[in-house]
Ligand binder design. Sequence first.
Ligand code: GDP
Length: 188
Amino acid sequence: MMQHERLLKVLVIGDLGVGKTSIIKRYVHQVFSQHYRATIGVDFALKVLNWDHRTVVLVVLERRSSLKSWRSSGGQERYGNMTRVYYREAVGALVVFDMTRLSTFQAVLKWKGDLDSKVALSNGKAVPAVLLANKCDQRRHGLCPKLPKLENFSREYGFVGWFETSAKDNTNIDAAMTCLVKNIMYVE
Ligand code: GDP
């Protein structure tokens, strides 16, 4: 890799079905499909960006499983090892929930805690994380009523930003990733 290039490993985490694969596909390939694959494993994609006259290669990774199903399907040890490999050298994360399902919002802090306990920047600080309230196109179908104000929530729990997104309608997906990359590049 040439000197002016940067490779950034970015994670997309959150409960099963919140739209992680769809967000990655939308961001990297500009497509959306209703097709649902519940495979357990790691999906990844690459995207090359020009950032401030530098070339940035984003490696976007997703683990297709909730914390719970990893524990039950793989056993504690395997779960632990996989998690360490998955988080290793990550420099940022999108933490996603489905704004029509409250339980996925309640899991957000578990995911953020998992991230912060497994990886940190070389200066010891938490890796930047952006909170995504995905499926905002579904708002009319009943937004979870107990959703606290995300502005306060995200600040209180150390997210560098938050967005209401739709992978389906392509709302704020680029903006969320740009916010994350900006925060990653600024902490250098
Ligand atoms: P993952 O398990 O977190 O990777 O979730 P998927 O990306 O597989 O998405 C789960 C389901 O939600 C699929 O049926 C997607 O088509 C759907 N989905 C994902 N994002 C959106 C969105 O922004 N709006 C709507 N309406 N559906 C979405």
